[in-house]
Design a protein around this ligand. Sequence first.
Ligand code: SF4
Ligand code: SF4
Length: 339
Amino acid sequence: MDRMKLGKTNLEVNKNGFGALPIQRRNMEDSIEILRTAYDAGIDFYDTAHFYTDSEEKIGNALGDVREDIYLASKSGAETVEEFWSDLETSLKSMKTDYLDLYQFHNISFCPKEDDELYQAMLEAKDKGMINHIGITTHKITFAHEAIESGLYETLQYPFSYLSGEEELELVKKCEEHDVGFIAMKAMGGGLIKNSKASFAYINQFDNVLPIWGIQKMEELNEFLSYDENTILTDELKADIEKDKEDLGENFCRGCGYCMPCPEGINISLCARMSLWIRRFPTEPNMDEKTQKTMEETLNCIECYACVDNCPYELDIPELLKENYEDYQNVLSGKTKIR
Ligand code: SF4
Ligand code: SF4
C-alpha cells in the first residue's frame, strides 16, 4: 500500500487512514475485530475524537498492545483551558497511551492563535510529550484559510471528496504550498457516495491528501483494502463521478450536522437529504413509521433561520426541508415512483 508524508508532521502514513467516528455505532467486540483487521492489513493512522462517545476506548482496547506501530490522532472541541486538559487526559486514558501523534482543535468557533491561552495549552501539552503534533479541523472555508495562513498548524482536517468544488481544490493546493497535511474527512460525501473505488481513485491523485475512511462494517473495510496505488481514475470511473455529481446537483445537504440542534427538534441532517437517501439507498428502512414521524416534524419549522447561519454550505434549510417533505409524501403515496 502507498505511503505519504503528512505535511510538516513528517509522519509517514499508509494512504488509507481509518476514520473512527462510525465504530461508535458498533459493539465493542465487532469494533475490535474491525480495528484489528485494519491494523493487520497495514492501516496505521487512526483518527478519532473525544466527542465520538466510546470510539477512543475501542481503539485503546483493540490497538493498545501495538501502540508503537501506529499513529493515533484525536481531537477536542474544548474552548476553555480546563476542558482542554480534561479532554486530553480522558483521550489518553481511553486510548491506553501516554501520547497522541496528532491532537486537533475540533470545529471550535475560532481559530486559536499563538497568544490565545488555548493554543498555549496545546504547546504545553507538546512540551510535556502528551502530543507530538498540532492540527485543526473545520467545515468552514474561511476558517481553513486562516488556519493555514497562521503557520501554527501542521495538519488541516476538512471535508473533501469527488463532490468537492474549486474552493476545496484550492485549499488542497494551498496546504501543499504551506506543507500542511490535508486530512480528508467525509471522503464518501457524508454517506451519499456509493462508489468507494471512484472515491479512492479520486483522492489517490493528491499526494498530500490523507483520506480517513469512516468505517463501520467489515465489508467497507475490505473494499478499501482491495484498492492500492494502481487504483487510478479510469475513463469509466471518471464517467461514474460525473454522473454522480449531476444526480446530486450543487445544493445538497452533506449531513455534517453543524446546523443542529434545531430549537424545534427537527432532525435536519436526516430530513434535508431524505430525497437523496430514498433514491440512493432504497433498501434502507426510510419509509417506516419512525422515519415518517421524523419527517412530519419538519412541519414544525418556524423559519427562524438559526440553522442557516451554521451551515457551511449556506443552504436554504427551511426550503430544503419543504422540498424533501413534499417529495417524501409523494413517494409514500405512490404519486412518485422511485424504483
Ligand atoms: S429554520 Fe426551521 S429547521 Fe432551521 S433552526 Fe429554525 S425551526 Fe429549525
Ligand atoms: S443543512 Fe448544512 S449544516 Fe445542516 S447537515 Fe446539511 S450540510 Fe450540514
